[in-house]
Design a protein around this ligand. Structure first.
Ligand code: C2E
Ligand code: MG
Ligand code: MG
Length: 514
């Protein structure tokens, strides 16, 4: 029985175990299934991640190469910007810093200027640079500017900064100045480099400069004020006859404003008929008759009254207005000569002053021709006056121009002789007919025996070259006597007559020559 029981229990246990095993198998089977599914899913996921990874990798590579390209572009841009900046700040002709660079430099210096520091600005402007450009052409003008740059550079030291701030305008900015007195030496050095001629087109040219000087902080606390003030000083140097220098003074600014105003009025003065010619008699020292008249311009200014040439001719020269004004002078003088001829005075002549700019104008000869033709006067009775400095500036041009007009009978005289180079050696080369001895000699001639000797030598030489000699500014009889004794043949001055308006000039003519 016990054995039967035991067998039954074992069978039961086996059945139970089998069932349990079966259940376990079923469970494991489903579990594997679900695990396999999850494995499949994660495999798929892995694949997607891998491809995503690849995609990102490509994107990264692309981005990297774009970044590199951008970097190269940035470098190029940077370089371009640098060269554009250099271009904008450099004067391409002389390779000096230009106006923009100079202003920026000065701005920076002024912002950090210590109270015990002095800086200076020297504004250097070439005189009559336009003449070179007009007569020789722009390429020689450029050559001159380069030569000027080299010469100025030679006198600079480590505290100087040179820039070209305009066509013919240079500045030297100097830092760490000890005092303003020593500065005179620097001006001297700069002016010295212009004492020997420049060679252009295988000829020699003398070039002078007008210099303005301003100091900071004394003459201005900002770059703007300093530039304005140093420019005023330079203009004052120009107005004082060029080839000189001026230190800035507060009164200069008013002068500059007046100047600008006068220049704009000058522009309208021709149309408004405000110019008049006065005539000063030129006397024959032997028979004391009037040989001719010199035409001298005056400006009947609406508010300032009668202005003299010294008040406005330099402005007319500077602005180029001298060309139309000179044309008006020539025509008006020719018409006056015609009037006198018609009155029966057919042997007097008329002298007309020519300014540098007018004489160097490319249409000058043509202008004289056509005025003579238009007014119908005898060219033999016209005398054009040029100063010796104008004549010598370009001797070849002067000689050929004078010859061209001499062909039709027009004569030339050398005005203000003795004030310029006064080199007698070139006199024989110049086909002029008259020499006008400057008033400054006459002023001292009676007290200064060496002046007497100079005048006598000039007269003797001129007469031997077949030139007429006119002494200017004769005011006293003792001067007249001296001139007569020295064989001078003509004289002009207050002793005989001041320059007169045309009606008065005719009266004077009638009283002397009739
Ligand atoms: P310039 O040609 O040497 O003329 C002589 C100047 O001396 C004139 O001055 C005249 O009035 C002055 N003068 C003559 N005799 C005496 C005298 O005995 N004593 C004194 N103290 N002065 C005397 P102005 O008319 O003021 O002319 C000055 C300069 O202006 C002229 O010097 C000439 O270079 C220039 N100028 C005059 N008219 C013209 C013109 O139409 N065109 C140009 N380009 N320049 C002119
Ligand atoms: Mg004259
Ligand atoms: Mg003169």
């Amino acid at each position: 029985m016990d054995e039967f029981l035991n067998n039954q229990t074992i069978v039961f246990l086996i059945v139970i175990l089998s069932i349990a095993l079966l259940l376990l198998l079923i469970f494991v089977f489903f579990r594997i299934g679900s695990l396999r599914k999850r494995l499949d899913e994660s495999y798929q996921e892995n694949l997607t991640i891998n491809s995503e990874l690849k995609r990102y990798e490509t994107m990264y590579k692309n981005a990297l190469s774009s970044y590199n390209k951008l970097n190269i572009k940035y470098d190029e841009l940077h370089k371009n910007r640098e060269s554009i900046r250099k271009l904008a700040y450099t004067d391409h002709l002389t390779e000096l810093p230009n106006r923009i660079a100079f202003i920026e430099m000065l701005d920076n210096i002024m912002l950090t200027l210590r109270s015990d520091e002095i800086i200076s600005i020297m504004d250097i402007d070439l005189d009559n640079f336009k003449n070179i450009n007009d007569t020789l052409g722009h390429s020689y003008g450029d050559e001159l500017l380069i030569d000027v740059t080299h010469r100025i550079k030679q006198v600079l030291d480590e505290n100087d900064y040179l820039a070209r701030i305009g066509g013919d305008e240079f500045v030297i900015l100097t830092q760490n100045l000890k005092d303003t007195v020593d500065y005179e030496d620097k001006i001297k050095k700069v002016r010295n480099v212009f004492t020997f001629p420049f060679e252009l087109s295988s000829k020699e040219y003398f070039v002078t400069v007008s210099i303005g000087v301003a100091f900071a902080p004394e003459d201005g606390k900002t770059a703007q004020t300093l530039i304005k003030n140093v420019n005023s000083a330079m203009y004052v140097a120009k107005a004082n006859g060029k080839n000189t220098y001026a230190y800035f003074e507060q009164t200069f600014n008013q002068m500059l404003t007046d100047k600008i105003e006068l220049q704009s009025e000058l522009r309208k003065a021709i149309e408004k008929g405000e110019f008049v010619l006065y005539y000063q008699a030129q006397m024959d020292l032997m028979d004391k008759k009037i040989q001719g008249f010199e035409a001298l311009i005056r400006w009947q200014h609406p508010s300032k009254g009668l202005l003299y040439p010294n008040d406005f001719i330099y402005l007319a020269e500077e602005s180029g207005l001298i060309v139309p004004i000179g044309q008006w002078v020539l025509k008006t003088a020719c018409l006056q000569l015609k009037e006198w001829t018609e009155m029966g005075y057919d042997d007097i002549s008329i002298a007309i002053n020519m300014s540098a700019r007018q004489f160097k104008d490319k249409d000058f000869v043509q202008m004289v021709y056509s005025t003579i033709e238009e007014t119908g006067i005898d060219p033999n009775r016209i005398e054009l006056e040029i100063t010796e400095s104008v004549a010598l500036e370009d001797l070849d041009y002067t000689v050929s121009t004078i010859k061209e007009l001499k062909n039709i009978g027009v004569r030339f005289s050398l005005d203000d002789f003795g004030t310029g180079y006064s080199s007698m050696s070139y006199l024989k080369r110049l086909p002029v007919s008259n020499l006008k001895i400057d008033k400054s000699f006459l002023d001292t001639v009676m007290d200064d025996t060496s002046d007497q000797k100079i005048i006598q030598a000039i007269i003797t030489l001129a007469r031997s070259l077949d030139l007429h000699v006119i002494a200017e500014g004769v005011e006293r009889e003792d001067q007249e006597k001296f001139l007569q004794d020295s064989n001078c043949n003509m004289a002009q001055g207050f002793l005989y007559s001041k320059p007169l308006p045309k009606e008065k000039a005719v009266e004077f003519l009638n009283s002397i020559n009739l």
